[in-house]
Design a protein around this ligand. Structure first.
Ligand code: AMP
Length: 608
């Protein structure tokens, strides 16, 4: 370890300068790797030479020239003689375990694809998945991709409102869920979703309604011989909803060609080797849990551990030890929760199999990187990407020194820059190291979204002068490492989940007492940000604890616990621009005691 010697550290603004003395500026890595030679021993050299054709050559493609994610993730390995290798090792809440070899998985997804055809679904039709981490979820996602259908995974902790909005916008034709989730969240929405013709329920329990059938009757009974649909690199594969500052969520369109990036990032960012036991803790209801909890590890042919239970440090450590996990991909909120509980819980555990640990989704504080070293003997490797990019773009990789607090460097095939947007809509690249601006990426790359569903203008707004603008503020240091600074917009990141303030405000506005609502994220030491709402009431309603509780309950019921505000404050008025937009930025500045900034567009003010 090279304690604090990096001359760049002082020039890195908050990320570097604020680091306490015990945080090294750099964690040096042995060239050529540790126990296992990294897939990318010389990252700079590969970046200089890389061509996406190399990734395409590593994959099989379909007979006749097409490309299909499920074929690359499953059937290719069976054809290559690795059918007996364990593809998915599922660990249930009650301790049950189920291993699915690549050959088992190929059969299962063939059956699901056949069942979809039997139900009349055609390539391009939308299949939604709403369930916890059960084996059937993995089979449904891959089987639908095999059938050429477009998959949208939903988070099982969403309330009915986010589910209905996404199913409506995405034109859901078939939904795979559990009887309990059906009864609690879907049954009451059926009239709003006339296009949702089929519901497959997994497991026991009552679920009745039009088009509701049991997985066991439809899928288990189907033949396993479905042929892979003739998709190509530009065929739509996944539709992932993500939140923006304004309006409804955005449906990011992804294509089968993204599998090139899944393969390359699995190998280079996560350093996956054939015999790895990999565990991604993210839920497939969010993009990380799909790209890296399902697709990338299988495309790379490793054993993918799936843990049904939610976070519990003891259970997680037990999984790491018992399953001999070699590569672990998790998130800052979970790491901070483990830090709080202390490394003592790890005493006596044999984690000698663990070789590489990575983190994504929110800023990873330098202390957490270093804590990884103390607790596990390995640092966490932060990496960065977003729903729109489809795969990891910037990463601390195995054979690269880590600068704790930095997201790392762009991966092979990815060109990044810091840019400034001008009032004329053009952007200028900021060349000087250490200067803050918006993180931009140069398209194309295979996993880049191809559009926002039915929203061309919103999509076009993400691009200027040949750059894709990420909406994140960052800076780059003289060594080419990128440092996250914050969001350029008002979206909230809580426990790694991106939350759109507009979606929360709309749910609050449905309550008869609410005249206006403004929603912001408040910094939180564990989960990054928590959602807070400011509410102005309609005449005739009085602020008070009972109403506060009622509104919190209303929001929770509509939105689900993952999205609903944790606190609500009443205000006589909310600050608004002349065009009537609530100034969330000002609400936040006042809440946090920060400078109020430019108030020239402020029309009405809560203080009046
Ligand atoms: P999502 O599309 O839900 O995956 O969220 C993407 C957003 O999460 C990014 O635009 C960032 O704001 C944030 N994010 C992802 N990874 C990181 C990271 N390593 N450090 C800081 N923020 C991150």
């Amino acid at each position: 370890m090279d304690e604090g010697k990096d001359p760049q550290a002082a020039g890195q603004g908050e990320a570097g300068a604020a680091a306490p003395a015990r945080i090294p500026a750099r964690i040096a890595k042995p060239r050529g790797g540790g126990r296992v030679a990294p897939n990318m021993p010389d990252p700079d050299a590969l970046c200089a030479d890389f061509d996406w054709a190399q990734a395409r050559e590593a994959l099989a493609g379909l007979p006749g020239g097409g490309l299909n994610i499920a074929h690359e993730a499953v059937d290719r390995h069976v054809a290559d003689g690795r059918g007996a290798h364990i593809a998915i090792r599922w660990i249930g809440k009650g301790g049950d375990r189920r291993d699915l070899s690549y050959a088992d998985l190929a059969q299962a997804i063939g059956r699901f694809a056949r069942a979809l055809r039997g139900l009349g679904l055609a390539p391009g039709d939308r299949v939604f998945v709403l369930m916890g981490r059960l084996p059937e979820l993995y089979v449904a996602v891959l089987g639908a991709l095999k059938a050429g259908c477009v998959v949208t995974p939903l988070f099982s902790a969403f309330g009915p409102e986010p589910i209905a909005t996404r199913c409506e916008m995405g034109d859901a034709r078939l939904l795979v869920t559990t009887p309990e989730l059906y009864r609690r969240k879907i049954a009451g929405l059926r009239e709003r979703l006339p296009g949702l013709k089929h519901i497959l329920v997994v497991g026991d329990g009552d679920a009745e309604g039009p088009g509701v059938q049991r997985w066991a009757d439809v899928v288990d009974a189907a033949a396993a011989d479905a042929a892979t649909a003739a998709t190509d690199a530009e065929s739509m594969s996944l539709l992932h909803f993500t939140s923006g500052t304004t309006g409804r969520p955005k449906g990011a369109i992804h294509v089968h060609g993204a599998v090139l990036a899944h393969w390359a990032t699995g190998r280079y960012a996560l350093d996956l080797h054939d015999d790895d036991i990999f565990w991604c803790t993210a839920d497939p209801g969010w993009v990380t849990g799909t790209s890296y909890g399902i697709i990338a590890p299988l495309v790379c042919g490793v054993t993918n551990v799936v843990v049904e239970a939610e976070f519990d440090a003891q259970v997680w450590y037990e999984v790491l030890e018992r399953e001999r996990v070699t590569v672990w991909y998790t998130a800052p909120t979970a790491i901070r929760m483990m830090m709080k509980l202390g490394a003592g819980l790890l005493a006596g555990r044999d984690l000698s199999a663990l070789r590489f640990m990575a983190s994504v989704g929110e800023p990873l504080n330098p202390e957490a990187v270093v804590w990884g070293q103390q607790a596990f003997g390995l640092p966490f490797h932060d990496n960065w990407w977003q729903t729109e990019t489809g795969g990891i773009m910037i990463a601390n990789v195995a054979a690269m020194d880590i600068k704790p607090g930095s997201m790392g460097k762009p991966l092979p095939g990815i060109h990044a820059a810091i840019v400034r947007r001008g009032d004329d809509g053009h952007v200028a690249v900021v060349d000087e190291p250490g200067v803050e601006g918006e993180l931009a990426l140069a398209p194309p790359w295979p996993s880049m979204m191809r559009g926002y569903l039915n929203e061309q203008a919103r999509y076009d707004k993400c691009f200027a002068d040949g750059w894709y603008l990420t909406g994140d503020l960052a800076k780059r240091d003289a060594d080419g490492y990128y440092w996250f600074v914050g969001r350029a917009d008002d979206v909230i990141k809580s426990a790694g989940h991106l939350i759109g303030p507009f979606e929360v405000e709309s749910a609050l506005m449905e309550h008869p007492a609410v005249a206006e609502a403004g929603v912001i994220g408040i910094p939180d030491p564990t989960v990054g940000e928590v959602v807070k709402a400011f509410v102005a009431l309609k005449p005739g309603f009085e602020p008070g604890e009972a109403l506060q509780r009622e509104l919190l309950g209303h929001a929770r019921k509509r939105l689900g616990a993952a999205v609903a505000p944790k606190s609500i404050e009443f205000r006589a008025n909310l600050p608004k621009t002349r065009s009537g937009k609530i100034m969330r930025r000002l609400l936040k500045a006042r809440e946090l005691g920060l400078p109020e900034g430019d108030l020239s567009t402020l029309e009405s003010d809560e203080k009046k």
